[in-house]
Design a protein around this ligand. Structure first.
Ligand code: AAL
Length: 452
């Protein structure tokens, strides 16, 4: 029993000197008493035992109090909680969703004066060739576009107005050759007579489907953008135009005033009441998934909208011809600009760039619907068209992406949008090569950052 209480005090506070002292004192008294007991009988042992127990009790008690004040139970800070739960004590270079991006010229398709090439589709590989589809506008007299107000039947408003869809091929993914037009603007008076642009591609049961944004003349800020489709037996065409849009805008709000200003509304519509655009196709959970970028009527205005200015919608179908049914939980992304996704492991990953509270992140969802932020990124590709080898395989073991084609948009100092190549490593690798952090910009980039 003596031994037990002494050990207990030691156990409670093994490193406390006071406890050790109490232990030694108690033990010493005990030793002394037992020694005397040899000569004077067993009786004096009892007070010694009691004093040893008392001393140890006091010691352990004061040690316990000491402990409470020395190391009180403190909750970790919010930052530490996130670090432990969301980020799982990982540095970005250990995070499978983190990558940096490296850029290079697209050999064979350099910047060309008076021409806009932009908004590449995802890339597909058929036999031994890669195919990419993109927006192309040849500006009349090599003049830059004039804006919505001055645009007319012959003059483009912007670098995606009066566009057709072109395509290019490559054997090595580095050298590209423009092959010509894939899908032209539609016949006069049709929904796609003014411009067809920003394509997405689907390879499905031996046929190919191009989905793209389409607008009708006159094209202004209030023009509803819809998604059209053309299909072919070969990735090189010829393409057959589906006569009706495959996806249209959601329930309308009510405009305020006559001027075609997209920000002025009296009544709000659905999240995609103004535009459905940037179609991106995947096959997942046995369904064709068409993700798209959405704008509501009234964006960037004074009306307090329920939905974000830029969001991501999802519509699914069993056939490439539709019907594409919009997901009841739309929008599925609350931020972003051009729409970029890929199957990753058992779910879907998304590259969310440019706009909204969650811009510049990589997100992931187990079901293609409920996305969560998994990494923050710097310098992501604009309008990326990644090569997604398993985009249409209905996989539950998505392998990720390593390269693609993006664009350099127009600005005052650089008028002609053109396509470039990017490298990344979003395959879940542990290799550090494309996981650079602490990325800084040079002076020219800093000084020009907000000059459109
Ligand atoms: C792009 C895309 C769509 C927009 C415009 C051209 O980067 O989001 O295609 O309509 O900008």
């Amino acid at each position: 029993m003596i031994k037990g209480s002494l050990t207990a005090s030691f156990f409670i506070a093994p490193n406390k000197w006071f406890s050790r002292l109490a232990f030694s004192l108690g033990f010493f008294r005990l030793k002394l008493s037992s020694h005397r007991a040899n000569f004077m009988g067993k009786l004096p042992l009892i007070p010694s035992v009691i004093s040893a127990i008392t001393l140890t009790f006091i010691a352990s008690n004061s040690v316990a109090q000491d402990e409470v004040t020395a190391t009180p139970l403190v909750e970790p800070s919010a930052a530490m909680k996130r670090y432990q739960t969301i980020w799982q004590n990982k540095n970005p270079y250990d995070n499978e969703f983190y990558s940096s991006f490296a850029y290079s010229e697209l050999k064979g398709l350099p910047m060309e004066e008076g021409v806009s090439r932009r908004d590449a589709s995802q890339i597909i590989k058929v036999a031994d060739s890669y195919y990419v589809y993109y927006t192309k506008v040849t500006m009349p007299n090599k003049q830059p576009p004039v804006g919505y107000q001055k645009a007319d039947i012959n003059t483009p408003a912007n670098t995606w107005d009066m566009a057709d869809i072109y395509y290019a091929t490559s054997k090595d993914s580095i050298h590209w050759q423009e092959q010509g037009i894939a899908v032209p603007r539609g016949p006069k008076g049709e929904f796609d007579d003014r411009s067809v642009f920003t394509p997405g591609v689907l390879a499905w049961q031996g046929k190919y489907y191009l989905y793209y944004q389409a607008v009708k003349f006159p094209y202004n800020q209030r023009s509803k953008n819809v998604i059209g489709m053309s299909w072919s037996n070969s990735p090189a065409g010829p393409w057959h135009r589906h006569e009706k849009p495959i996806l249209t805008t959601g329930k309308s709000g009510v405009w305020q005033g006559e001027k075609p200003n997209r920000s002025k509304i009296k009544e709000e519509g659905e999240f995609d009441s103004l535009k459905v655009h940037d179609p991106f196709l995947l096959v997942f959970n046995n369904k064709i998934h068409l993700y798209y970028k959405a704008h509501p009527m009234g964006l960037s205005g004074d009306f307090k909208l329920t939905y974000p200015d830029f969001s991501g919608g999802l519509a699914t179908a069993d056939s490439p011809f539709g019907p594409f049914i919009k997901h009841p939980q739309n929008p599925v992304l609350n931020s972003g600009h051009e729409v970029v996704l890929w199957p990753y492991k058992s779910g879907i990953a998304a590259l969310v760039t440019a706009n909204g509270p969650e811009k510049n992140t990589i997100q992931w969802s187990p079901d293609g619907v409920n996305f969560e932020i998994k990494a923050h990124i710097v310098l992501p590709p604009d309008a990326a068209g990644p090569y997604v080898p398993d985009a249409y395989t209905n996989t539950k073991n998505g392998q990720g992406i390593t390269w693609g084609i993006s664009h350099v948009a127009q600005r005052k100092t650089q008028l002609w949008p053109h396509l470039i190549r990017f490298k990344t490593d979003l395959t879940g690798t542990k290799k550090r090569k494309l996981k650079r952090e602490n990325i800084r910009f040079n002076k020219q980039a800093l000084f020009n950052a907000d000059k459109r």
